[in-house]
Design a binder for this molecule. Structure first.
Ligand SMILES: Nc1ncnc2c1ncn2[C@@H]1O[C@H](COP(=O)(O)OP(=O)(O)OP(=O)(O)O)[C@@H](O)[C@H]1O
Ligand SMILES: [Mg+2]
Length: 433
């Protein structure tokens, strides 16, 4: 990549704010209507403000990737997903850890399927999701012109109608819906149910399983793609033998180091900044397979680089940026937890807490003594038990649930975000060595 020193107007100062009463108050750097495009190619990229905006765009950790050009790696998973849909005509469940890239993958898959003339409908599930609402909405987005009984030369009125117009007032029933979807001709429909793990209503899950079974039995031209946080297929859809053979489960695992590096390379192209070898290595190592962390740490480090009007992100930028992230995460914890973390008995048990943090990477966060032992090389389970039990009383970092019939208890961090903080602080400590 070629870098021009003048890209950010290095050495020049931004224009001073116009005088006036509110001059000291912060403003947005760039208009929302501005299209920054690919900053590296545009003349617009000269100002630091624009480089910053390009950075926010290229390395935002809060938004999924939505286009093919932005997706790094994941070639095998995307290929497996396409094959499951196209060749196996199966329904697909994508599962993996929080923030590992399920939504991004499914958006890019949707774009790819639309190019092949599939009708892809996307729905994000919430805690409150109801089967009736969700599938009525889907049906309303399928034009009635795809109905076997409607002639393609039908008059104008038919053009504006959808499959939802054929549903009655009663709550949508999965069998009735499958009958309706069986009538689809002239296209294939993919219904994406993202964040499926969040659905709280067991009836919703039961109805979705029933729908999958009925669609498969009828060989309807509708396929479901479900995504959610889980470590295996059963966790997400429950053990339902009747639909098992109609479903392909695909794990979305940690990204490889070259794939993570690719995320940074794309950000370099978009911003004109470069990540030095040290910086790149630190970010990739500390992120441990998580594209979310690459973006978060990369963004912070690059932000500091821009602040200092430099063009190459260095190792110290990464360390300082990561420390800032940790400080923010810490500040986001309840006061009580912050002060507990500072206590000497907690500090003394730090390595054990970090092992517990690693063991807690399960979807529901519960873990057992053996899970911690596997992460804490050498520690025996009775020591681990004593330590963890010590933090379920006055210092209450963990919830404990006693096992039945003399089985081991299980534990869970009481405070959301604490395990993530411990994990990153351990990664930073390792990187600093
Ligand atoms: N292949 C990728 N290339 C570049 N960035 C990625 C990739 N996959 C994920 N990301 C980034 O990582 C972050 C998390 O991704 P995403 O939201 O897709 O994960 P998720 O598994 O759906 O998370 P959640 O479990 O919270 O729903 C986002 O900032 C996204 O832009
Ligand atoms: Mg998601």
């Amino acid at each position: 990549m070629i870098f021009r020193r003048d890209r950010f107007g290095l050495g020049q100062k931004d224009a001073p704010p116009a005088p006036g009463a509110s001059a000291g108050l912060p403003r947005f750097a760039v208009d929302a209507t501005d299209d920054i495009g690919d900053a590296a190619q545009g003349m617009h990229a000269r100002s630091p403000a624009r480089a910053r905006l390009a950075l926010a765009d290229a390395l935002s950790a809060s938004q999924p990737v939505t286009s093919r050009e932005r997706l790094a790696g994941r070639i095998d998973t995307l290929a497996a997903l396409i094959a499951a849909i196209e060749q196996q005509r199966a329904h697909v469940v994508l599962y993996g850890e929080r923030g590992i890239g399920k939504t991004s993958l499914v958006h890019v898959f949707a774009e790819t399927a639309r190019e092949a003339r599939y009708l892809v409908l996307y729905g994000s599930c919430g805690v409150e999701a109801r089967f009736d609402d969700m599938f009525r909405t889907f049906a309303s987005e399928i034009p009635l012109l795809y109905h076997a009984d409607i002639s393609p030369t039908a008059d104008e009125t038919e053009h504006n109608r959808s499959f939802a117009d054929l549903l009655d007032e009663q709550p949508v029933d999965p069998r009735e819906l499958a009958d309706l979807f069986q009538k689809i001709v002239g296209t294939r429909v993919i219904l994406v149910l993202d964040e499926y793990d969040r659905v709280a209503d067991p009836a919703f899950r039961r109805d979705v399983a029933e729908l999958i079974k009925n669609l498969s039995d009828r060989a309807a031209r509708v396929q479901l793609v479900l995504t959610g946080v889980a470590s295996n297929l059963d966790e997400l859809i429950g053990f339902t033998p009747s639909i098992r053979r109609n479903i392909v489960g695909l794990a979305v695992g940690p990204m490889s180091e070259p794939e993570l590096s690719e995320i940074l390379a794309r950000a370099e192209d978009a911003t004109g900044l470069t990540f030095g070898p040290d910086a790149r290595n630190l970010i990739v190592k500390m992120s441990a397979g998580s594209p979310y962390l690459v973006r978060l740490l990369g963004n912070r480090a690059a932000g500091r680089t821009l602040d200092e009007r430099r063009d190459q992100v260095s190792g110290p930028d990464v360390i300082a940026g990561t420390e800032a992230v940790l400080a923010e995460w810490n500040a986001g914890l309840p006061r009580r937890v912050q002060s507990q973390l500072a206590r000497p008995e907690v500090r003394g048990a730090w390595p054990m807490l970090i092992a517990a943090a690693r063991a807690s990477g399960t979807p529901d966060g519960w873990f057992g003594l053996h899970d911690v032992a596997a992460e804490a090389n050498g520690a025996d389970t009775s020591t681990i038990r004593r330590t963890l039990d010590g933090f379920t009383g006055e210092i209450d970092l963990f919830d404990r649930e006693d096992g039945l019939d003399g089985r081991e208890p299980r534990y869970r961090f009481r405070t959301q975000g604490l395990a993530q903080l411990l994990g990153l602080s351990a990664a930073l400590a390792r990187a600093g060595r």
